[in-house]
Ligand binder design. Structure first.
Ligand SMILES: Nc1ncnc2c1ncn2[C@@H]1O[C@H](COP(=O)(O)OP(=O)(O)OP(=O)(O)O)[C@@H](O)[C@H]1O
Length: 262
């Protein structure tokens, strides 16, 4: 990493807009995320989270605005930008008719990782997510929690500096959620990976995220550290703060975007 890139945000989003017909579903988003941060993007159903992640991962072109990943402009150089991130969507995209190892091998091939490096890289991600003993299991035989770990491990094979996780713990039982978070924390400690996630489980966001943005109807209504948001809302938990900030009453009283102090 060059001295220059150390100072760049991992993600910089400037005035991002997406419209579907007459409806503006992402409406002037500005976000800056530091390298190595866990950033949670929160909002009620339909607020625009998945649409934003799709734009950040080159799956959907924005109507306006700019996205820079590690300083690379997505619109100008999408191929280069794709090398910087991994992404895991809500629905499982592993091939259930293949083993864990076969899925990972196929991903290496798709990413043109040289054959000589594949064994090592697969071994590394399996170890990182404590999956070595599942190497030859069929994906169809794995629990939901294990599948999610395999999906995240797969997204890391090309060594991205940042990873997008759309509701990574959705549908997992409390123990599997705890284990997944332990692995994400381990990943961040070992590799300094930036994590951008969405989640409706605000207790775990409160515990693990460094910074949070709350989006409603396509606009960020609050961003800051977890503590600063709780303090601003004068509540005791992030969930209570979220419910307060996104309530109809608060929104009609405070028709403005707020940045909570750090
Ligand atoms: N392909 C599409 N065509 C038209 N409208 C769409 C399309 N995709 C999403 N929308 C609309 O855009 C808005 C934002 O949707 P999005 O899926 O980004 O929300 P979300 O915050 O991810 O919600 P959830 O928490 O339910 O996953 C919604 O009103 C949705 O109906």
């Amino acid at each position: 990493m060059s001295a220059h890139s150390r100072h760049l945000p991992a993600i910089a989003v400037e005035s991002l807009v997406k419209r579907y017909g007459a409806e503006t579903v992402v409406d002037g988003l500005n976000v800056s995320i530091a390298p190595g941060e866990t950033f949670a993007f929160l909002g009620p159903n339909g607020a625009g989270k998945t649409t934003t992640i799709k734009m950040l991962t080159t799956l959907l072109p924005p109507d306006e605005g700019r996205i820079l990943l590690n300083g690379v402009d997505l619109a100008k150089d999408p191929m280069n930008a794709r090398r910087h991130f991994g992404v895991v969507f809500q629905d499982c995209t592993l091939d259930k008719t293949m083993t864990v190892h076969e899925n990972l091998w196929m991903h290496c091939a798709l990413h043109r990782i040289p054959r000589a490096q594949r064994r090592l890289r697969i071994g590394d991600v399996l170890a990182l997510f404590d999956l070595a003993d599942r190497r030859d299991s069929m994906v169809s035989a794995l629990s939901g929690g294990l599948r999610r770990r395999v999906e995240i491990a797969r997204a890391l094979l090309h060594h991205p500096a940042l990873i997008f996780l759309d509701e990574p713990t959705l549908g997992l039982d409390p123990k599997s959620r705890r284990i997944l978070w332990a692995h994400l924390q381990h990943l961040q400690k070992e590799c300094g990976t930036t994590i951008f996630l969405t989640s409706h489980y605000l207790d775990e966001v409160e515990r693990f995220a460094h910074n949070v943005a709350v989006i409603q109807k396509g606009r960020i209504i609050m961003q800051g550290t977890v503590d600063s948001i709780i303090r601003y809302a004068e509540k005791t938990t992030l969930e209570d703060s979220f419910l307060f900030l996104t309530s109809e009453e608060t929104q009609t009283k405070e028709d403005r975007a707020v940045v909570a102090g750090a």
